[in-house]
Design a binder for this molecule. Sequence first.
Ligand code: FDA
Length: 576
Amino acid sequence: MTYDTDVVVVGTGPAGGAAALLLATYGIRTLVVNKYGWLANTPRSHITNQRTMEVLRDLGVEQEALASGTPQELMGDTVLCTSLAGAELGRITSWGTGARSATEYRAASPCPLIDLPQTYLEPILVTNAAARGAKVRMDTEFLSFTQDSSGVTVLLRDRVRDDSYEVRARYLIGADGGRSKVAEQAGLPIAGQTGKAGSMNITFTADLSRYVAHRPSVLYWVMRPGAHMGGIGMGLVRMVRPWNEWLLVWGYDISKPPPEVTREEAVAIVRDLVGDPDLDVAITSTSLWTVNHNYATAYSAGRVFCAGDAVHRHPPSNGLGSNTSIQDSYNLAWKLAMVVRGQAGPALLDTYSAERAPVGKQVVDRANLSRDQFGPIFEALGITGDTSPAGIDQGLAACLAETPEGAHRRRQLEAAITLKNYEFNAHGVELDQRYVSTAVINPLPSEQLDELRHHPSAQPGAKLPHAWLVGPNGRRVSTLDLVGGGQFTVLTGLAGTEWAPAAHQVSDLLGIALRVTRIGSADARDAYGDWTRLTRLSEEAALLVRPDGYIAWRADTQHDAYNQLTAALVPVLDLV
Ligand code: FDA
């Protein structure tokens, strides 16, 4: 059987770009297509959380991302106001920039969270994918596929030549966004509600330094008349580049026909939310989109896999869309690579859906709840029904009254704003995705974790915890730097001497690369004692860590290390 390529990826967004880069890095022949002439032309996603930065670090492109992004310290003074020039309702220190959360975020990962607009992220993914051997075809539209027991035949249209042609691949990844044709043709079951509310994006340039530089943030939430109708909970002025490039999000009534937003109307909305009727503003684009609460309950059908918005569609609240999309691909790519190379059986691919579909549902539910959790702020101000400027002024005045009633309102407003930590500081949501599947032996029992805190764990099904170690050159190295690169890793302690020879034998037996690192050795000294304190593992215990940094299995003694390791890897890789 001959194939034109191993994997066809449809879409060069965060999900498709990451899939192509990962597969190319793992040496898998990959063709990635996009129906447009180039990458994202509007800066939709931006909050790039620590887990995504860890993926980029593993891919060797973290420094590029850091160089292109806005740093964490300029991201976090989230403001709630009546306009940028008007009164403030309150502020929330966000994205791990609060006094306490900064410590927690720094302890959780070697990577900071950054603001990296999609227009900057996609070129990093796709140009590196191309440099590492992926074939990138722009102006190439996916039309349809058929699949059989040995492969997928994908029909593509060249939009420049205006003709269509077939490509034969082993596997197909649909990373074609919220209107995914691949997911539709694969018949993936999509649950939830479509089109809950209408939203418009207006991108513009304007120097807003005088309104924002003293309270640097990526998000300025604005309560204006109509702010709670449709949209994402409130009007939003979002920084794209400090402090002269912006994206404004405003709602529209979805029960009416979609509005046509003229340039004059867009300018008027911008000036209204900024609160400056004479603002010098240049509109660069306008577009409409809808708020959805949709998630696929299965992410694959046969040899076809979907990732990203194709399988989870939700508002941008919590900044999870592109992050989850990249993390989907991180879960899928190593599995495809090992199956393509013949190092794992096909059932390993079933674990993609088993592990990621629950995460997708959790993310969709969280983002929609965060959107709804603007409601209590309106209630605290006594604003119900249609918001009028007078109603907002009255609500604010009531919150400032020097009376017991005013004090009560202030406590209510404070509680309503505190609730928004579940959107702006949901560290547990960002980092604590747990997996249960056949690619994890004896996984952690599923439990409801506090969404505001990260819970590091050295149990199977959890991501390997980060701790700083010291490498041979005296520099710090993260535990996460010891794993990844498309390989399985056995992590043990200095006294875990049986594991290296055992891993060597298992590696020969199964034909897979198996790295062994002893924490405590000169390569990875636990100089700060953080690893020992965090995991409480005995030195002879071992963690089998998957290429995506998840713990697949844990052994508490090194007795019979070879047989223990073989008995773990065989079911994980479906080699039975
Ligand atoms: P995406 O839609 O980005 O890409 C789909 C790709 O498929 C495109 O390249 C498209 O051209 C291509 N394609 C589609 N059909 C095709 C066909 N038939 N043939 C060939 N190619 C085809 N997320 C986040 O993590 N942090 C954040 O801060 C935000 N903020 C945010 C703000 C706003 C205002 C919005 C609207 C959205 C966000 N998001 C976000 C969400 C984020 O933008 C979204 O989740 C990701 O873009 C999804 O990435 P995908 O790669 O899945 O789809």
